[in-house]
Design a protein around this ligand. Structure first.
Ligand code: ZN
Length: 328
């Protein structure tokens, strides 16, 4: 169990550090390599093996979610983390398989956090702010629930037992709407927003590049083959790319252009010069023995780096990258 003990961490942070080591040495010894966990590698299709899109990046003291689709919050629990551990949530687009567990994240974080943690920082394309209001405002979907938890004595008792001091505040995520070209800076990371090619103009669709002291990650979100992804991913250690379809099987040009397919991904990874290509978002019809191997083999004809067939709860670091599914 590697979950950061939330209340324990709060208590420990107030303790003096009795050590002779220099601050720099302490920081060095305490430094944990950035870790990427694939929480959801599936699609909108129901699956117990693959939840919908979500990726957890633990960098420094921050725990960042990239998308949080259907069922992925359960995967987060399986890693030992809880909603209160998450500091930032970024959304590439508002297809439900990328954002349906947003409400669960916010409500559980608010409820369990008991006003003792900062509100969640949320970034995504418009209309993420409207979605947030429609979910959590007084007249929103969860408005009556939130009011009950704030005002009923039984909920006040529970809130106080968790360390809160009534009256409690409403959940109020710090929402910032982002577009391609925006840059968000954290304590030890920088996230650059890129353009995905997917289902515009119905939904704005973004991709992300995350640069850390350990290495760089690009996440395509949902995207077809695209020069903008190549540019965004240039020189990255890891590219997580939608690999929805087997190349050449698209029912229409529009379908082919909107979703990632394996030969396009091979070209993208090679042109971008990434070290490792992680394939995710595969429909069940290609997530099969022999087809998987054929896809990886054909990608390796074009792409000289490492190819990983992503699975839920797989972990990667920038160092090797080490890939494991047994870390939790
Ligand atoms: Zn999508």
């Amino acid at each position: 169990m590697k979950r950061r003990p939330f209340l324990g961490a709060l208590a420990a942070s107030a303790l003096p550090a009795f050590t002779n080591a220099s601050p720099a040495a302490q920081a060095q010894s305490a430094r944990v390599p950035t870790k990427i966990t694939l929480l959801g590698t599936g699609t909108p299709q129901p699956s117990v093996e693959r939840q919908s899109s979500s990726y957890l990046v633990e960098v420094g003291s921050d725990a960042i979610l990239l998308d949080h689709g259907t069922g992925s919050h359960h995967r987060l629990l399986e890693t030992g983390h809880r909603a209160v551990d998450i500091t930032h949530a970024f959304f590439t687009h508002l297809h439900y398989d990328h954002c349906m567990d947003y409400a669960r994240l916010v409500l559980q974080r608010w409820d369990q956090g008991a006003d003792r943690i900062a509100d969640l920082d949320v970034y995504g394309p418009a209309p993420i702010r409207r979605m947030t209001d429609l979910l959590f405002a007084p007249d929103g979907v969860y408005g009556p629930d939130i009011r009950a938890r704030i005002e009923h004595q039984s909920s006040i008792d529970t809130f106080a037992a968790r360390g809160g001091t009534p009256p409690r505040k409403r959940p109020a995520p710090n929402v910032r709407e982002i577009t391609a070209g925006d840059v968000v800076r954290g304590k030890s990371w920088k996230l650059t927003v890129g353009q995905a090619i997917h289902v515009q103009p119905y939904l704005e669709c973004l991709a992300f590049r995350l640069d850390t002291d350990d290495g760089s990650l690009c996440y395509s979100g949902d995207s077809g083959e695209s020069d903008s992804i190549v540019e965004l991913a240039k020189g990255c250690d890891i590219l997580i790319h939608m690999n929805h379809a087997f190349s050449g099987t698209a029912p229409s040009p529009a379908f082919r252009d909107a979703v990632g397919h394996h030969k396009g991904n091979a070209r993208t990874a090679q042109r971008a010069g990434v070290k490792t290509l992680v394939l995710v978002h595969a429909v069940p019809s290609i997530d099969q023995p022999r087809i998987r191997e054929q896809i990886v083999h054909e990608i390796q004809q074009e792409f000289s780096g490492k190819v990983v067939w992503g699975e839920d709860l797989m972990q990667l670091t920038f160092a090797a990258p080490v890939v494991t599914t047994s870390g939790y």
